[in-house]
Design a protein around this ligand. Structure first.
Ligand code: AMP
Length: 394
């Protein structure tokens, strides 16, 4: 049973940590994508519909030295008001926020300015957490995308509500979906890992070796694997200092009986640009001056077969430079294969960040099981780490 559903919000002011870190249009500074705001609505509305009022805390961008207009949550206020259908106020300072929170009546919402404008937030300062705690009577963390950060508004604040802290609906949903893959997934379980750097994905691959039946490697990181296996990779991305780690992964996979699938061919380019000359070669015979920017057609066929015979699929990271048309085919076809596997009954979880953008770009959002709102947070969960924002609620 959800903690939210068994808690009485009658007459209470709930502090909800949400993730309103949404992209803005560069010129108009209007909200470009309101997915994260919409994802927080069920929790907010539940409190309002059960006799409570709400104070919203969120970060917004990465301000370095205090307040800066482009990082103000005022830019989010209008869109939030349209979606909320409830009276909404805004406080630019914490002092004013604390005063106004005391006057809130049931059904009202107050949005506080970007928590990163306040000194100590990213250091998890306990004095700032204590100030935040004055904003309400209970604490709900619904910001899965920030749960891997130990900050005042995600971790420290929870200690002030030992009996009145809980996860929001989005956080619960994210964890339930992750658990479905992490503990006892239906097999075969295929993890598709891509993206630029192998160093960013090393820990997740290592952890997946003990859970997955198949691991597909694509994107820039595949070339460090190709080089470790003795291939010629031309000017492709490579992390020389990770070659030994990669060799260990290759031998561990063999030992554990996990099938590691690497791209046998690549779309290569004579420069890192959208209009470079391209050709298709073996991923192990890339000429000097050329670089692999996408997986090739044979790799697509190989990977598709693996994905279509899976019962569980996890996908994190693109297969190539999918932002550029000539190098997007690999990612597109893998996205389609994940959708097809889902239609055949597999459970598919898409990690946030670039894989979520790719699924949206190819209009496949409704054809996969779940698209996570957390990039770094989901990655850390799959690395086997405990997330500070969740631990603090324990
Ligand atoms: P990550 O943030 O590590 O998941 O990496 C995502 C980025 O990797 C995307 O912006 C892709 O354009 C980039 N990427 C994918 N494949 C390659 C490649 N073969 N060479 C260079 N960059 C790549």
């Amino acid at each position: 049973m959800s903690q939210m559903k068994s808690y009485s919000f009658q007459g209470k002011r709930a502090i909800i940590r949400v993730d309103f870190n949404v992209p803005l249009h560069k010129e108009t500074l209007e909200v470009q994508d309101d997915k994260r705001i919409k994802a927080a609505l069920p929790t907010i509305k539940w409190v309002l519909n059960h006799g409570g009022s709400v104070v919203l805390l969120s970060h917004f961008g990465r301000p370095k030295n205090g307040p800066e207009d482009r990082f103000s949550l005022r830019h989010v206020f209008g869109r939030l008001q349209d979606l909320l259908e409830a009276p909404l106020g805004f406080s630019a300072t914490l002092e004013e926020g604390i005063l106004r929170s005391k006057e809130l009546i049931a059904g009202e919402v107050l949005l506080l300015e970007n928590v990163r404008f306040f000194d100590g937030e990213t250091d998890n300062s306990s004095s700032l957490s204590a100030e935040f705690a004055k904003l309400g009577d209970c604490f709900i963390n619904d910001a899965f995308g920030s749960a891997h950060r130990a900050h005042s508004s995600t971790a420290g604040i929870a200690s002030f509500f030992p009996n009145d802290r809980m996860m929001g609906f989005l956080m619960e949903e994210e964890l339930n979906n992750a658990q479905r893959v992490l503990s006892n997934p239906s097999r075969p379980f295929t993890a598709i890992i891509g993206g630029a750097k192998v160093s960013d994905k090393m820990l997740i691959i290592e952890n997946l070796l003990s859970i997955a039946s198949d691991i597909i490697i694509g994107g820039g990181m595949a070339y460090t694997f190709a080089k470790a296996l003795g291939g010629q990779i031309g000017n492709s991305l490579v992390e020389e200092d990770r070659l030994e780690n990669v060799k260990t992964i290759l031998s561990k996979a063999k030992q554990l009986g996990v099938k590691l699938h690497l791209p046998q061919d690549s779309v290569i380019a004579d420069s890192f640009s959208a209009d470079a000359l391209t050709q298709i070669t073996s991923s192990h015979q890339i000429p000097e001056g050329w670089m692999g920017l996408d997986i090739g057609p044979n790799s697509i066929d190989d990977f598709k077969k693996v994905i279509l015979s899976s019962k569980t699929v996890l996908w994190n990271g693109p297969m190539g430079v999918f932002e550029w048309g000539p190098f997007s085919l690999g990612t597109r076809n893998i996205a389609l294969a994940v959708a097809e596997a889902t239609a055949l009954g597999a459970y598919s979880l898409i990690g946030g960040g670039d894989s979520a953008s790719a699924i949206a770009q190819f209009e496949l959002l409704d054809r996969v099981s779940y698209v996570s709102t957390g990039g770094g947070a989901l990655l850390e969960l799959f690395e086997g780490k405990e997330l500070p924002g969740i631990k603090a609620l324990g």
